[in-house]
Design a protein around this ligand. Structure first.
Ligand SMILES: Cc1cc2nc3c(=O)[nH]c(=O)nc-3n(C[C@H](O)[C@H](O)[C@H](O)COP(=O)(O)OP(=O)(O)OC[C@H]3O[C@@H](n4cnc5c(N)ncnc54)[C@H](O)[C@@H]3O)c2cc1C
Length: 261
């Protein structure tokens, strides 16, 4: 039987551009260029490697995001994924992590899955919480932050590297995993892959397709809210301590004054 892999990929604002909050203190997604979150490229790569090892496998890439988020899906398809699901709905504006996990869970169930692969964190929100919440919502095991992952005999196994130890973990499928930026360099799409991606199916879904009410997501359904945001002040010039015999003392006074020591 074919191994069904769903990879959750996020379309994020380009970190090299100028990023802003909109008036309602949500991220201004209209004003910036976006791209496939770099950390999710590792998730796509691991899905491709697992599919290569399997007798038969199908990789679906899934994103929740605005119209332009299709660019992230096309990139993942050009790397080698087979098909894509794009969830878009005006009522998603302002959805927090809990709401996002609800939509992802319904979309993953809609796709059908044996294994869900996520990145370790998005490069914009960066909370790194979605894989765990998603697994909880789906009622399946989670094996997160893997730097090595493989699938065999109905199980997913992997290595999680900590500061003091490396753990070897396994879970029965179906399961959710997240992979780190140490899991292996993501491949570049080939020209053939880019051309093939144009013909691969992208299914568009909205909230009603997934049986989700508008008030379960968006700013109204959010459990977290940004109360205030201010631009980071411009950097000031550093303090230069000239050593004319008293340099060490001045340095210590400076550090003590800043409460570093
Ligand atoms: C149109 C839109 C508007 C939003 N507005 C707000 C807002 O105003 N306030 C707010 O708090 N949040 C908002 N969100 C949700 C927010 O951007 C995050 O998706 C959510 O809070 C999860 O946090 P994170 O990005 O830190 O995820 P993490 O937990 O860091 O993500 C880990 C992994 O989960 C997967 N993942 C995360 N997000 C997505 C996604 N969208 N699609 C597919 N896979 C994903 C990826 O594999 C990722 O590597 C909005 C999202 C969208 C799409």
């Amino acid at each position: 039987m074919s191994l069904r892999i769903v990879v959750c990929v996020k379309y994020v604002p380009d970190a090299t551009g100028d990023r802003h909050f909109a008036e309602d203190l949500t991220v201004d997604r209209d004003d910036v260029d976006g791209l496939l979150s770099e950390l999710d490229e590792y998730a796509v790569e691991q899905a491709l490697q697992i599919a290569d090892e399997a007798d038969e496998a199908e990789i679906t890439v899934l994103t929740i995001g605005p119209e332009d988020a299709k660019d992230a899906l096309r990139k993942a398809l050009s790397m080698g994924a087979h098909k894509a699901i794009h969830v878009e709905d005006d009522d998603l504006h302002g959805t927090d992590a809990l709401g996002t996990s609800l939509v992802l869970a319904k979309a993953v169930e809609h796709a059908g899955y044996d294994l869900v692969i996520c990145g370790m964190a998005s490069t914009d929100g960066g909370m790194g919480v979605l894989p765990a919440i998603l697994a909880e919502r789906l009622g399946v095991p989670q094996v997160t932050l893997l730097s090595e992952v493989s699938v065999a005999d109905g199980k997913v196994t992997g290595r999680r590297d900590g500061d003091t130890a490396s753990e070897q973990l396994e879970a029965a499928l179906p399961a959710v995993v997240s992979v780190t930026d140490q899991s292996g360099e993501a491949r570049y799409p080939s020209f053939k892959g880019i051309m093939a991606a144009k013909k691969k199916p992208v299914e568009s879904l909205d909230l009603s397709d997934l049986g989700i009410e508008a008030d379960e997501v968006g700013l109204d359904g959010a459990w977290t809210k940004v109360d205030d945001a201010a631009e980071r002040p411009a950097r000031t010039a550093g303090t230069i301590v000239k050593d004319e015999g008293e340099g060490g003392k001045q340095l210590a006074e400076f550090l003590a004054g800043q409460k570093f020591i």
